[in-house]
Design a protein around this ligand. Structure first.
Ligand SMILES: [Fe+2]
Ligand SMILES: [Fe+2]
Length: 318
């Protein structure tokens, strides 16, 4: 269809323009390259992070939260790196930077930013939990993949609010998944857009793949473990109704990924999801620090000072 083709082309052009910008703060780009270099030391990393006070404060806040459950106080970034490891600190930096990049934007009655972040952080927690049962080394990466998997929706709401709004309406009216509705209305899904963005940001290939194919792992010949985990994490988060991704559908599970987790057992998808959900809600509580962090990031400087955290629920609205 002409209209669809025209839209797809325009969207690609605009996305190319957005992703052509140096969207990630320099400190994070430098962080990624330092951590990727085997010759770098904890000292290099802590020195770099120390140049960014806001990042330092946020990393220490998360490092000291129940999410990591470390018994003693971690007072410096250097100690955080020693205790939590390079990988974790890098992943934290990345999550915080991306949350910050998309701190504000348009609204739509069917797209609740708060619900969106609950879903994203829920997926991160689910990913970390699933990685623990499969390959502990992947916990940090699985967390980031979960947090970022739907990042394409933030590009859509920010740069294509009308088209994305139309897709949201259609998903509701025709009981479609948001990805199906995007395909029909826009001709591209949030997964593809997120994949382009991740690629331009030079994120690791496993993250690019997990973001781009999280709704279609079957399209990848040999799916990476992070993709398998992220697909399941998304299903688990929907199954448990944590936040919302913009449609009202429950979990949709690719048969191939379900098989991996069933591991030869003759059980239904529902039984599988129920089994994997054990302990999920408790673990989400420990990740509350991220929801709070996101609340802080939403503040505009000099605007709306929020009250001190009283340990209560996440901020509402925005
Ligand atoms: Fe998605
Ligand atoms: Fe999702």
């Amino acid at each position: 269809m002409d209209l669809l083709q025209e839209r797809r082309q325009r969207l690609r052009q605009v996305t190319e323009r957005i992703i052509g910008l140096p969207s990630l703060p320099t400190v994070v780009t430098q962080l990624l390259s330092i951590v990727g270099n085997p010759a770098s030391s904890a000292r290099d990393v802590s020195q770099l992070i120390s140049t960014d006070q806001a990042l330092t404060a946020k990393i220490l806040k998360v490092a000291n939260s129940a999410f990591y459950g470390f018994p003693r106080k971690i007072a410096t970034v250097q100690l955080a790196i020693v205790v939590l490891g390079f990988e974790t600190v890098k992943n934290l930096g990345l999550s915080v930077a991306v949350l910050k990049r998309f701190q504000q934007g348009n609204d739509h009655p069917l797209f609740d930013r708060q619900q969106f972040w609950e879903h994203a952080i829920g997926c991160g927690v689910a990913g970390r939990m699933l990685a623990r049962g499969r390959n502990r080394k992947l916990e940090g990466e699985a967390f980031v993949a979960g947090v970022l998997h739907d990042i394409g929706k933030l590009v859509l709401i920010e740069y294509f609010p009308d088209e994305f709004g139309e897709a949201l309406d259609q998903a509701r009216d025709d009981l479609l998944s948001i990805a199906e509705a995007e395909e029909q209305v826009i001709g591209v899904t949030h997964a593809q857009i997120g994949g382009w963005l991740a690629e331009k940001w030079k994120l690791p290939e496993s993250l690019v793949e997990a973001i781009a194919y999280h709704h279609a792992p079957q399209d990848v010949e040999e799916p990476d473990e992070i993709l398998i985990i992220t697909h399941m994490a998304n299903a688990l988060t929907r199954h448990n109704r944590i936040g919302s991704g913009g449609d009202r559908l429950g979990a949709s599970l690719s048969p191939g990924v379900a098989e991996v987790f069933k591991n030869g057992r003759d059980i239904s998808d529902d039984v599988l999801l129920a089994g994997l959900s054990e302990g999920f809600r408790e673990e989400i509580e420990t990740a509350r620090v991220f929801t709070d962090l996101e609340g802080e990031l939403f503040e505009t400087p000099g605007d709306n000072p929020t009250t001190e955290d009283d340990g209560g629920g996440a901020p509402v609205g925005a």
